[in-house]
Ligand binder design. Sequence first.
Ligand code: GTP
Ligand code: MG
Length: 208
Amino acid sequence: MFENRPKRDAEVVFVGRSNVGKSTLMRELTGHSKFNTGKKPGVTREPNHFDWAGESFMFSDLPGFGFMSGVEEERREAIKTDIVRYIEEHADKILVGVLVVDGKSVVDIIDRHTGEDSIPHDVEMFYFLEELGIPTVVAVNKMDKVDDRDERLNDLCDRLGLYPPWEQWKGDTIAPIVAKRGQLEPLKEALRHHFHEAKRDDLLKFVK
Ligand SMILES: Nc1nc2c(ncn2[C@@H]2O[C@H](COP(=O)(O)OP(=O)(O)OP(=O)(O)O)[C@@H](O)[C@H]2O)c(=O)[nH]1
Ligand SMILES: [Mg+2]
């Protein structure tokens, strides 16, 4: 599983539920249209790596996790296990993990899945990246559909254990974007911040 990974020493991975716009985001970020996007969740089943000849860097769009209509529970669990293994295995190469969420629905989904002994996928993935010591940016996508912007973003911070107001996390952790329209500057800014922190200013050109 996931054996098509090019050998690169620096990588940014995109993770998130199915249909949140990961592939759209990759397409906009790289200016490349090879990524399949679609209305139907579960479009991406294998990682999509975007690398450059002669460069040590790549972006990787990992498959979506969580509910996908028409995909069996067992298959969904297998995809999630593969994602977790992939990240663990390549943690030393992963400079930044980008958790992509749908700004309109993420808080409701988190609240719906928070139980006595269950933790929602998005929150779990955020903590998982943190535990591995991978700097994490939450790309809050589809902000074009959100009216109560500040309230939504503050609620999301609260659910992720980040002390509100959300503005405190701007620039490194919380990045509201509209991938569909190429409005990605907050995410690019956060990526530049983390590249710089990792002493990889040579990579800034990929997020200009
Ligand atoms: N309103 C709105 N829709 C968006 C935005 N970005 C992506 N979409 C739409 O969301 C749907 C899913 O986009 P994808 O990029 O395929 O999502 P994905 O996360 O790669 O999905 P999987 O491959 O199933 O994991 C598409 O219909 C996109 O056009 C956005 O910023 N705003
Ligand atoms: Mg996709």
